[in-house]
Design a protein. Structure first.
Length: 309
């Protein structure tokens, strides 16, 4: 087992990842190499788990050594790009077709490698993402949704491996112009779509979407009643979103002698940072039991927080 781990930062967010990790041994473009086993790293697009340095005499030698380890490889090349491309061309092709939403991610092991210098590769046969460098591309719908924001939702549900079932009740907060509501309706869910701004008319007319012209922050969970999923892509400061989530996690049912549980069990929320990254509030989200915190390929200066069941 390697005594080091490498973390590939999401594009444009190396500083956020470096802050999150603390001490790192080496920066290689967006790849941060740190001592010790894997640690939580929300800003990492991919984590390289089994690191080894491999000395190589030539491009053909490097390709042979990679093929001897396993079949499928993705490369990251912040330098020596031409050399790395020639090497990758000697390896078996890895499918780069966009994923159809609803189909599972690739299951074949996908390793990652990079050239530290002309004679040294850094190689990992195991990574946390099944997609090359954590980049998830979908076959897009360019007619139905009002924007590309739905791709964040598709990616989050693909990564966690579950999604709303037909007939489940979903609350979509900050829903205008309706991209997430459109995507949830397509899954067969009943959508309570909440925003002070209107939905795109074509989305608002879809069966199974109930639009409420209200503020997401003024909603009383007891008035809405139980929902199976809470989704939020609302624009607000992270502390305000945390307070909203905590209201929906608050125990209910004690007055009837029932086992206490929150009004909702499944959450997918975008934590949007305005100005400086609020690392402290991100840590509070991560500390909620059963949580996952990650930077999706389709995220910008934001993280996605997920809690299932």
């Amino acid at each position: 087992m390697s005594d080091r781990t490498a973390y590939l930062a999401a594009e444009g967010y190396v500083d956020e990842l470096a802050y999150e990790l603390g001490t790192v041994e080496r920066r290689h473009g967006r790849l941060l190499i740190a001592a010790g086993p894997p640690r939580p790293a929300a800003w990492a697009a991919n984590v390289w788990l089994d690191l080894q340095e491999v000395k190589v005499a030539s491009i053909s030698d490097a390709a042979a050594k990679l093929r001897a380890i396993q079949r499928n490889w993705a490369f990251y090349a912040p330098k020596l790009y031409r050399r790395a491309t020639l090497l990758q061309d000697q390896l078996p092709k890895v499918s780069s077709k966009p994923l159809v939403f609803g189909k599972p991610p690739p299951r074949a092991p996908l390793g990652s490698w990079t050239m530290l210098d002309a004679g040294t590769m850094l190689v990992s046969s195991r990574c946390t993402s099944p997609f090359p460098n954590g980049e998830v591309h979908f076959v897009e719908d360019r007619l139905g949704p009002p924007s590309r924001a739905y791709l964040k939702l598709w990616e989050a549900l693909t990564v966690i491996g579950c999604r709303p079932e037909p007939g489940e009740r979903c609350l979509d907060l900050g829903s205008s112009p309706g991209g997430w509501s459109w995507a949830l309706q397509r899954m067969g869910a009943h959508v309570v779509s909440v925003d002070k701004a209107p939905l795109m008319p074509a989305v608002a007319r879809l069966p199974g979407i109930e639009h409420r012209l209200e503020s997401a922050f003024a909603l009383d969970p007891r008035a809405i009643g139980p929902v199976d999923w809470l989704f939020s892509d609302v624009v607000c400061y992270p502390t305000r979103l945390l307070a909203l989530v905590e209201r929906w996690l608050a125990p209910t049912g004690q007055a009837r002698g029932l086992k206490a549980h929150g009004t909702c069990r499944n959450f997918v929320c975008t934590i949007k940072f305005q100005g400086e990254t609020d690392h402290a509030t991100a840590r509070q989200f991560a500390a909620i039991a059963g949580s996952q915190l990650c930077h999706l390929f389709h995220n910008k200066h934001e993280l996605t927080w997920v809690k299932i069941g």
